[in-house]
Design a protein around this ligand. Structure first.
Ligand code: OGA
Ligand code: ZN
Length: 391
């Protein structure tokens, strides 16, 4: 217990729902709130002041913050805290400013002890029996169906769509259901069909190893849609691999390989068309501040000479790259399906690798592809979940 100020809630004014006890600690710099179950959740005075929900701090119209950090006195502290049934009243010193906080909001935004929360489920070939799929007519007309389809992409990193129109550019309508196309040098969308002088190996009948698209961009497009308009060839099945599951295995089976692929930049390049000279310098495995995996770039076709790995680590780096490549090619990691006309799939291009089996010259295979971004998708999903609840 700190020697500083201490405020106990008046028994009559206790909000038994969320917190029923509070202490001011560390000379007013920290507030400790205690739940009826005995869990203690602490907040710093500066954090509380910065996040005050009053309309001088945050715009009531658009929720954006109206102050900068320099508007908060450096010596901000808690002068008084009262628990009431309808909120927690906090008075800050030296401003002598009182603000009501919603206890449920505080609990939702706690950073003291945070339950791990992720909607992500990594997967391998066992997902084959239950590939996430939506029906185009339903996701166009029923918001619940759209919510479910978008939430599959958040959870599994991909989803298929069936029953779509068999007409060129229908892929743009799919993107329009949740966001915006990311236009690139390939155009708003691109044709994936066999070409005589292809600017990209995707436009041939060759098989393609599982890859993420456009690792030579920075940032990469975070979503990719491939939409089938014709398919009467032998082969050409689509294959998907969860790159994050492959990385989980890498970390477990060869931790030093994980360190190499996340610790050194790779280089990627595309200069396959006139006027285009795209280069990036990023690790194949991208990690966040806690070491958590936030993205994968894997595309041997677009790999430039690796020059950021020190000489005495290069041999091991290649061993690590080979090992990850082996995990990605392991059939037990993949789901596969063939796309018929009017069918498509959408992938999170920072997580899911897509591949294609080779196909023969007879018959025709015509896909259209385009890129988009995940922020728009997650925004649409969050709005749908606000109005309909989560599934
Ligand atoms: C692509 C690609 C796969 C396919 O165009 O990016 O990977 O099924 N195509 O043709
Ligand atoms: Zn591709």
């Amino acid at each position: 217990m700190d020697k500083g100020l201490m405020q106990k809630a008046e028994p009559g004014s206790i909000d038994m729902g969320v917190f029923n006890h509070c202490d001011i600690l560390e000379e007013g710099r920290v507030l400790a709130l205690v739940t009826p179950q005995g869990e203690r959740v602490r907040f710093h005075a500066v954090w509380l002041r910065d996040n005050a929900p009053d309309d001088k701090t945050r715009s009531a119209q658009n929720g954006q913050k109206l102050i900068t950090l320099s508007d908060i006195p450096e010596n901000v502290s808690l002068k008084n805290v009262e628990l009431h049934a309808d909120g927690i009243r906090i008075t800050f010193s030296p401003e002598d400013k009182s603000v009501f906080f919603d206890p449920a909001w505080l609990l939702d935004n706690r950073y003291d002890t945070k339950p791990a929360q992720s909607d992500r489920k990594t997967w391998d070939s066992e997902l084959s029996a239950t590939i996430p799929v939506g029906r185009y007519p339903e996701i166009c007309h029923q918001e619940e169906a759209l919510r479910d389809w978008l939430s599959h992409i958040r959870t599994y990193g991909f989803a298929k769509l069936t029953g779509g129109p068999k007409k060129p550019q229908a892929l743009l309508d799919v993107i329009g259901l949740f966001g915006f196309v990311r236009e690139t040098n390939y155009g708003k969308w691109f044709e994936v069909r066999t070409e005589v002088n292809p600017v990209n190996l995707a436009f041939t009948g060759l098989g393609l190893q599982a890859h993420t698209d456009n690792p030579y961009r920075d940032p990469v497009p975070t979503l990719q849609l491939l939409y089938c308009l014709e398919n009467s060839v032998d082969g050409g099945d689509s294959i998907l691999v969860d790159g994050f599951r492959a990385i989980e295995r890498l970390k477990e089976e060869r931790p030093t390989y994980f360190d190499l692929l996340s610790g050194y930049n790779a280089r990627f390049v595309y200069e396959g068309a006139d006027g285009v000279c795209l280069h990036s310098q990023r690790p194949m495995i991208e990690t966040g501040p806690d070491g958590e995996v936030i993205g994968i770039r894997f595309n041997n076709r677009s790999c430039a000479p690796l020059v950021d790995v020190p000489f005495d680590r290069m041999q091991d780096y290649y061993a690590a790259y080979r090992y990850l490549s082996g995990l990605i090619d392991d059939p037990s990691m993949a789901v596969s399906f063939s796309l018929g006309p009017g069918e498509c799939f959408l992938v999170d291009n920072t997580r899911i690798l897509h591949a294609r089996r080779s196909f023969s010259g007879s018959g025709s295979r015509w896909l259209q592809g385009c890129y988009a971004d995940r922020d728009g998708l997650l925004s649409k999903l969050a709005v749908l979940e606000k109005t309909q609840g989560r599934n």
